[in-house]
Design a protein around this ligand. Structure first.
Ligand SMILES: [Zn+2]
Length: 236
């Protein structure tokens, strides 16, 4: 199997609503926020971990292609478009000819403009108070502060796609499935508290190897038919 091409999908992610991607155990610090967001350990700047983006894209495609396992775990069939794109673990690995994970999603950092705002102290993070309603008494209890990156902030994203000789006719399917995952993400939400309105995003200025992808094309990709079970050209 030979690597033929690495395709780069780039652009910006614009927050339409506040984004909360949890940052772990800062709550243990004295006076720390209950629900802080993840920040770069050196600069303190908020960012979107590639693993968050990739994980969400994967689970949305799994739902679309009915590949979510009964226990909610990621698909590990080793034969489908999701396993091809995002990789899989398990015993099937040695038996499949699907090849290595195709997609690499890098951490998305704020665009220069927003980095400057942040460094100048003009971009405070937003604190949203979430009331927990006691359904029996009908009263609000224990407001929990939720930290969010405010709406409007933009991040540069970068997705690399490795295409192999064995992909043959599947190259278009692979790229279409990635566009579908991006379109589904726009219809869903990134990070936590999506059901309460957080994490609505829009992909802007999308380019595939420098070629502009018209905005409508992302959503149009959802109408395309991608065969769920991928067969490599020299596969079974
Ligand atoms: Zn699979």
């Amino acid at each position: 199997m030979q690597l033929q091409k690495i395709t780069h999908i780039t652009g910006t992610i614009k927050l339409l609503t506040g984004l909360h991607i949890g940052g772990g155990d800062a709550a243990l610090e004295i006076g720390g926020l209950d629900q802080p967001i993840i920040k770069h350990p050196l600069t303190g700047e908020p960012y979107i971990p590639g693993s968050s983006l990739k994980g969400k894209m994967r689970s949305l495609l799994e739902v679309k292609y009915n590949k979510l396992k009964g226990d909610g775990g990621p698909c590990d069939c080793g034969k489908c478009i999701v396993c091809c794109l995002f990789g899989f673990s398990g015993a099937e690995k040695s038996k499949t000819k699907i090849g290595p994970t195709r997609i690499l999603v890098r951490d998305a950092y704020m665009t220069e403009k927003w980095k400057n705002e942040f460094r100048n102290g003009d971009l405070p993070m937003e604190i949203k108070y979430e009331n927990v309603i006691n359904r029996i008494k009908g009263t609000a209890e224990n407001p929990r502060p939720l930290e969010r990156v405010p709406a409007g902030v933009e991040f540069d994203f970068n997705i690399s796609v490795r295409l192999f000789d064995l992909d043959g006719q599947n190259k278009n399917n692979i790229l279409t499935a990635i566009k579908q995952a991006m379109a589904l993400l726009e219809l869903d939400a990134l990070g936590g508290c999506g059901s309460r309105g957080c994490g609505q995003i829009k992909f802007c200025n999308v380019r595939i190897d420098e070629e502009e992808v018209k905005y409508e094309h992302l959503q149009e990709a959802l109408k395309a038919d991608v065969p769920v079970g991928l067969q490599s050209e020299n596969g079974d």
